[in-house]
Write a protein that binds this ligand. Sequence first.
Ligand SMILES: [Zn+2]
Length: 450
Amino acid sequence: MDVADAAFLASYCFARYWVPKFFPSLQPAFPDARYPDFASIETSAYQDRAREAAAAYLRIQHMGGISVSDRLCITDKDNKKERSLHHIQRDLTEVGDTYRASLLELSLRSSSQPRDQQRLAYHLSARADSLSFSAIPFDSDTKLSNRTLQVAMSLRLLEPILPFSENLPSTLRLQCPCCLSYGAGPQGDGAKQFLASKKDVDHWGYHAYRCYVAGNPARTSAHHDKIALIWFRLLRHAGFIVKYEPRSQVLNSEKRPDVMIEHNSGKKEHLDVRTCDPLLRGSGTPVFTRCSETPGTAADLGANFKNKSWKEIVELQGDTFIPLCHETPGFIGDAALHLLGRAAARFSSSNPQRNAFKTFWLTRLHVANIRGVAETIQQHMPFYADDPFSQRYTEEFHSHPSPFAEFFNQVPCASRPVSRNMRATFSESPGIVEGATPQIVFERECENDV
Ligand SMILES: [Zn+2]
């Protein structure tokens, strides 16, 4: 409803501004939706539309407060330039999004269920990623398989990955295929002392991601390494001289940074990626409790851990160390974001190109993150045990039809063909000459570019 209100109200205000410019006699046909004069609405030629616009404005104002009025202005703050219809609609939609997010946060904070504290920590971290689910899937960096997308969306929506209901038989417990631990039955799920413990095998995939009994190689290969590779390509695209997992760069140590930047001065920057789980228990106050109070705590803890392990030995040889911390739901650490800003500044001195660079690579970092988490969970998917019907439940789940088209991956990009002048894509060639400033180049995408 609020999405439709935002679209309609934006269109109405846009028409109210532009139509009388060409047809001044139509000015009375568009009463101001912000201060509805009902007498003028009744005499308006478009009284139904004017009434609907006033009602939509009141509903959006109810969600957003007094700030909504400013969002309807067609001109910008300096009254120099008219804003686009899309821009106004996005501003109004943001009011509804913020309202719904605050309602969700409030309901999770006021819940007495301990599991909801974990969900709140997950939700607050995931809000830092607004790009992955709005990315257009047109290359291998931005595409997800049907199953991976299904798991990633369940995680984002805080929905269980396996069917969960308190009405399921109490004997129907989940078992982890790695540590063989049993979770609590459906009625005992989320007990406070049990939550995020080693044996908390849950329906949401949280245990499946963090279980390290078998070494969790999937978390390294499908998640950590994929993010490190994106960082390598990102920095190379910006024009840095970079090496991926170089050997023998830290004196008297076997350590290998994930990525290393070499400067002409001989100085080196060692970068190491850490994937941080905000849903751990830890010692003292549980990590998920701290993350639900202060989003980004898990990334800070990860950065502290990496700095302790790396910083001193790297600085002793005259180099610097940067921890690249990615929380599993989406939050990215300050040091990593600062490095991205540096890379964008090196890429171009123009603000629009810097922003394009940041959006391009942040999208890929976030998609690599959600893909890595979903694939790790899929490889450690718990199963129902100790119940004669367990096989049926598991099979039902695994044969659950995907809501997406089977051939989703083969669907060609909807935006092709594009004009040479209409679409800018990045040429991701390595910038091997330090100091050179790569530019955005215009390329025509081929039909089967995946
Ligand atoms: Zn396990």
